[in-house]
Design a protein around this ligand. Sequence first.
Ligand SMILES: [Zn+2]
Length: 665
Amino acid sequence: MAAAPTPSAPLVCQKCQEPTTMSCSSATGRNPLLRACNGCLATERWLTRSSARPKVGKTESEQDKERRVSALQVKEDLKKKTPEEKAQWYQSQKLQRAQEEQSKKRTFSSAVGSVEDIREKQNISDDVESFVTFRTWAQQELTLKTFSTLAEAKVAWEKKIKDPNTRTMQKHGETLMYEFRGRMDIGSQEDLDEYHEESGSRMKRARQRLDIETAAKFEAGEAELEKPVPLLTVSKDIGQLKEIEESRDEELFSLATKVAAEKKAQQALKKEELEKKPKSLPLEKLAFEAARKKAIQSMSDVGLRLRSSLTAQDTELEKTLETESQDLRDERSEKVKEIDQMLASVQEAMQEKDLEWKEWENSTCPEDLALKKSINDREKAAAKTSANKKLSGGEKNLALLAADLCGCTLEPTGSVDYSYIGPNLLKKNSPLAFEKARSSQLTATIRGLEYYRLQKSWVAEKMKSANTSSSTAMISKKPVVKKLGDVLLRSWSEIYGGAEERACLTGVPEDMKDHFVVQFGQRMKKTCSVLFRTDLNLPTLVVVLEGRLTIGGFRQRVLKGSTEAEKAAEVDALKAPDVQRIVNKDGWVVKLEAESSMVLPPDTVFFEIASDEDVHTVRQLLGRECFLPCAKEYLKALKSAGNLQEGSRMHKMLEYLKMDRASAS
Ligand SMILES: [Zn+2]
């Protein structure tokens, strides 16, 4: 309970916490200074009335019951509110009441008045019972500021009741003091008696009072009529009162409904949050994991590149300083060593960071079945949506199949061409193999390249960090690309075609150009991949530089499915013996040693198995004019199956191929 304010402090309503006056409020308890304003009292009465059970013996109508339940709900809700919320609620109720009454006043027309319950009660008792208690007396005196403190009033009261001229009486053991209120003149003693005798409704009495007052005013002159009738608050006629009550009931009901709806919404929200939590975690984990891998990848790429350039510069310096003094040469090795150490510490810091992130990843979201499932689903979804997918990456079964194929002994088989025949490659999808001599110039050139040595270690690191068994890396050094391109053209001229056929790729979309750059391929020993088709479904030249590679495949036409997805599912379901059976019956197997080379045909499912040493290859997509329809048909099929996103690289490529064909024909 709030402490009583000191008399100098403004009087505040205990319900709505808004300032009030003595005359516009009543005490809420024994302490006369703890007040509730008339507005809040009306709200309280309304709530109490609405929530009251029917009197014993009386039946409750359905409507009354509904009203009572609603009121109880609002009361219950009110109990749970904080003091601030409570005050706010009372304020809003008061405001609403005032607005309602304001709007009713505007439509007020009849002279029938009613008396607001509390005022009537208070005023009538004031008039009839003119003996007041100390509390009542003190309230008035304090309001009138006759005394500034309750103690002062008490002293004055004691003095007054001891005065023999003061009329007092005893009631319930308390001394009451007679007080002239100036209201006894409104009627005769009969009027007064009537108040006591009348057992009819208060409304009737009030109306009578109003009549008397109006008559008195009328006699006093017309001007007096304009003035408000004292004591009585003529505010609404009976019908309007009922209307207001009804609208209050409606409001009560809607308030209760709102409370119930809010509760329900809160519960639903809680439930949703609970459900969401375990579901969203795997996605967040995946996002974090991806971000971590990407960060580590790009950092290690930079590190490796720096190391490569350091090695290159070191070699160069060594040559330059060959004829210089020993001091200078010593300085060189010292400096190089310093940089080397710095790079090593960077590497170390990076690994530390990676471990820290990994730990965070695992501690925040422990791997569980739901998580694993989610990751698998996501991978599958990603594999399905990405065009030109390499099935070996995404599909679990294909990875298993690849692992099984590693252990198989596959002997060369099937129809293989040894010289280029266009229709065989494109229509029959026959592989094309070349004798070793064909690659001698290329392998000699590459072995002499410092770049090749550097990229080998770089790609090996990349594969380790990405946890893959194979990788292809575009050659980024322009002079090297040019040099190798020239050798490739000279050595495999019939595959590349004439100059005008190769010119067809000018204007290829910028982000697709990488596909046509010469690449170095690397495969770890004793690993295998199964691929659904070549990149962009274009014939691809593969030259083995080091190691031994077994490549086998079969035409996609062997598969029963009609769509890409159906065929992919079919391949995914294959076991190693199935593949062996198919290649022996309808496919082919080629064994490539170092310096051997071949062209992979389009529309072909193929696998490649590394022997017991790492395999290094050169790979080149053949973007020759007469091969491009393979890519176009493939991309068109992807598009019609809805797997080609508008604006994606592949989509742009298809647009380019369409345009190119149109202008060429
Ligand atoms: Zn109030």
